[in-house]
Design a protein around this ligand. Structure first.
Ligand code: C2E
Ligand code: CA
Ligand code: CA
Length: 784
């Protein structure tokens, strides 16, 4: 509370002092930093100098009037003394040579005493009063706190002495007569007021003094913080600035860091001496930066932006600017302040990362992510131009990597990329979307013919690289339309599908295929089948998958000796789906592994049912695809199932196609050997259709060859001399295999096979694939 009051008084004094000094000395003498830089001595001297001067000047008239009265009374000495004392005070004030000195204090005290004496001796001129007050004030202004206390003490003592002397009529005894007693009272009051005045002043002064000391402390703290700020600024990895918010960003202050950042000295930029900061900003950012400043200033937000500048040497540098506006009281932008940091190193790393992100490292082409972004951006612009994607699928190159190694095939891909780059234009952009896949994004083409021509060009340039390697490939083309243009994920997928179709269609050659409605329907169905397979494998109670069983007749005994388990898929949406359709899809999506386990389980369940019904020598053979067979856990999972279902392994057969040997002959044959050891019978399915390997068939760990229906059909067309089935049977037997002929529909086929020693037959002649109940029923009838 007290400090608040003194603070107020201090402020008022300050204000008064400055208003007053402005009035007397003119504004040029006023120190602008009134709040911060008050000098104690200067302040005290000045304010009291002016007060004393005022009082002294005010005393001019009563002094002259008093002197005039002295002269009228012929008291010349008193009149001269009065004027003299006045002028001494006045001269002292006007000389303004004010400093704290005891000598001067004593001198002023003398003046004061002189005035006091004049008051008593000479009478009521009022002059003495003014002189006394002037002298007190003047004295007070010359003293520090300690001295003014001394002053008060001396004053009071002097007053006490004079009063005592008065009370003992000392002056009268000396022959000096005072006027009336009332002047004695006036003298005491004057003395009291004067002393009180000095007391108050000295108290205020001490408050001001402590305030000023506090101020000085703050000032020194500010100075310290200014110093550390200066250290900080001079060590910034960039430059600090203060500039006007104008078209040139006119710099008012620029730190030394400017030299390192821009190559120019700070002086060159300040006030646009040699160049403006706007000149430094790379042209493409100038407008963006101005807009960004406008935006942040309108909302009084901090500014943060990364852009490029051109340094004195002409090189470009990435900088990060962090700044903010300085606003006037009415919210107008007065200045901008901030720092500009060199972020070239960071940008370099960032750009490298971005490059890695957007490019295929091997070919240096933009990658799939980048293509997706472009498609996304283009998709947002409602364009009327024709657009298409052309996918060049070189997955076939992988075939050579198994022979010549990874780097050889990668080298081919790189050369292919270089050749394809020759076809790039603004409207034919090339991307490497997978290690062995390129996509051309075609814009603004005339018609389909133009796309066909472009595909031919692609084939031409690639032929030089790939034909000599006997590698083909597939080119898929998809045109954007209103249905697909926003679903770029689907676009990319469909164009890949088209390219795969082209690979299949053209085999070892190069061809192209447009993605069309038929392909789309096919794909939609395939996806529906995939969903169905997912559901079947996820839900063990699903009835979507079941088995039918086709009997195999032993021609020697004329008994049904086994069944082949054939998988069936049916769903509400798709109806019945042929295994020829869903098994390849399951193989492609690897659903075949869990699906194969379900099939094995169901087949063994049927085997158990046959057992329960007393048909314990009847076997069940199960079709196994290469993917299942190649899994390292295949044997163990079959064994586990055998144990779980408690079936006799010698009643289990598996059927594999010749093609499984193509991938890894040694490995597959080893697995088959293990199956054989367990007692499982292994048959080669569709024998004779693949590039047959009877040459080394004797090395195979199989028990039986199932001659494909193709040969059974031939029996109907050709005469006996021309068919080779008899030879196949005979060779198979020589190699130690039993033979099953598949797809037997007619009696004449059966007869031929019986005549030529075939072991078993399977086909509609015996029965079509049957449901479980029907199969059991057939057995029952057959045996009766
Ligand atoms: P596959 O193993 O050669 O099976 C014989 C196919 O010929 C069966 O077709 C069968 O119904 C059919 N067939 C049998 N006798 C005759 C006949 O006299 N005339 C005619 N026209 N056809 C006959 P399905 O059931 O459509 O199976 C087709 C293929 O699907 C099978 O050929 C097999 O490769 C595969 N498959 C079936 N079930 C499974 C399975 O559980 N797992 C695996 N991996 N593949 C299976
Ligand atoms: Ca089969
Ligand atoms: Ca077959």
């Amino acid at each position: 509370m007290k400090s608040k009051l003194s603070e107020q008084i201090y402020k008022k004094f300050n204000r008064f002092y400055y208003d007053f000094s402005r009035l007397l000395l003119g504004s040029s003498h006023c120190n602008q930093d009134v709040e911060n830089k008050v000098d104690l001595e200067h302040f005290r001297n000045d304010v009291f100098y002016k007060l004393a001067l005022l009082f002294t000047i005010l005393g001019l008239f009563p002094i002259f009037f008093g002197a005039y009265l002295f002269f009228q009374e012929d008291n010349v000495i008193a009149g001269v003394l009065e004027l003299l004392s006045y002028f001494v005070v006045l001269m002292l004030l006007l000389s303004r040579r004010i400093s704290i000195s005891v000598k001067r204090y004593i001198f002023i005290l003398c003046v004061y005493l002189l005035g006091l004496m004049l008051l008593f001796v000479v009478g009521p001129t009022g002059a003495g009063l003014i002189v006394i007050i002037s002298a007190i004030i003047l004295a007070a202004c010359l003293l520090d706190k300690k001295q003014s206390n001394t002053f008060i003490f001396i004053n009071l003592s002097a007053f006490l002495v004079i009063s005592t002397l008065f009370s003992f009529s000392f002056f009268e005894k000396l022959g000096i007569y005072g006027y009336k007693d009332s002047w004695y009272v006036v003298a005491i009051s004057t003395q009291c007021i004067g002393t009180l005045f000095v007391l108050i002043i000295s108290n205020i002064l001490s408050n001001i003094e402590s305030k000023i000391k506090e101020n000085e402390r703050i000032i020194s703290m500010i100075a310290e913080s200014e110093r550390s700020k200066a250290v900080l600024i001079s060590n910034l990895p960039g430059m600090a600035y203060r500039c006007s918010y104008d078209s040139d960003w006119t710099m008012k202050f620029v730190s030394q860091g400017c030299v390192k950042l821009t190559g120019y000295a700070p002086e060159s930029l300040v006030n646009n001496k040699d160049l403006t900061f706007n000149d430094l900003i790379s042209p493409e950012y100038r407008k963006i930066l101005r807009n960004e400043w406008e935006r942040v200033l309108a909302n009084k937000l901090p500014f943060r932006y990364e852009y490029e500048i051109t340094s004195a040497g002409g090189s470009r540098k990435w900088v990060l600017e962090l700044g903010e506006g300085i606003y006037s009281n009415d919210g107008q932008v007065e200045m901008l302040e901030g720092i500009i940091l060199d972020i070239s190193d960071r940008k370099e790393v960032e750009n490298a990362l971005k490059y890695h992100n957007d490019h295929d490292m091997w070919t240096g082409l933009y990658n799939r992510r980048y293509l997706e972004n472009i498609l996304k951006n283009d998709g947002m612009i409602e364009e009327t131009i024709n657009r298409a994607l052309i996918c060049i699928n070189l997955s076939t190159v992988n075939l050579v990597s198994t022979t010549y190694g990874f780097y050889y095939s990668q080298g081919l891909i790189k050369r292919a990329a270089e050749m394809l780059m020759l076809l790039c234009t603004d409207n034919h952009q090339l991307f490497c979307t997978y290690p062995d896949q390129f996509i051309f994004y075609i814009k603004d083409y005339e018609n389909k013919n133009e796309l066909i021509e472009f595909c031919s060009s692609v084939i031409n340039v690639l032929s030089s690289v790939l034909i000599s390697e006997r590698i083909g490939g597939g080119i898929g083309v998809i045109e954007f339309d209103n249905d697909n243009k926003h679903d770029f994920d689907r676009l990319l997928k469909n164009v890949l599908v088209a390219s795969e179709k082209a690979i299949v269609s053209y085999d070892r050659d190069f061809g192209f295929c447009f993605y069309d409605r038929k392909m789309e329907l096919h794909q939609i169905r395939e996806e529906a089948i995939q969903r169905e397979l997912l559901q079947i494998t996820a839900d063990e109670n699903s009835s979507g998958l079941y088995l039918q069983f086709q009997p195999i007749l032993n021609l020697k005994t004329n008994q049904i000796c086994g069944f082949e388990a054939l998988a069936r898929l049916s769903s509400a949406d798709l109806g019945r789906v042929s295994p020829q359709e869903f098994i390849p899809i399951a193989e492609k999506t690897k659903f075949i592994v869990p699906l194969g386990n379900i099939i094995l389980f169901k087949a063994l369940q049927f085997l158990n049912r046959l057992n329960e019904n007393g048909y314990d020598t009847v076997s069940v053979s199960i079709n196994i695809s290469a993917i299942q067979l190649l899994r390292t856990d295949f044997i163990s999972s079959v064994l586990e199932m055998i144990v779980k279902m408690q079936v006799n392994p010698s009643n289990i057969g598996i059927e594999i196609t010749e093609s499984v040997f193509a991938s890894n002959y040694q490995e597959i044959n080893k697995v088959l050997g293990e199956l054989k050891d367990i007692g499982i019978k292994v048959s080669i399915d569709d024998f004779g259709t693949e590039y047959s390997s009877l040459a080394r068939a004797n090395e195979l760990n199989v028990n039986c060859l199932k001659i494909d229906k193709y040969f059974a059909d031939k029996l109907l067309l050709l005469n006996e001399d021309e068919v080779i089935v008899a030879d196949m049977i005979s060779i198979a037997h020589k190699l130690g295999y039993s033979v099953v002929a598949e797809g037997i529909e007619y009696e004449e086929q059966r007869r031929y096979l019986v005549d030529n020693g075939c072991d078993k037959i399977q086909g509609y002649l015996i029965a079509k694939p049957l449901d479980e109940e029907m199969a059991i029923e057939l057995m029952r009838k057959h045996l009766n």
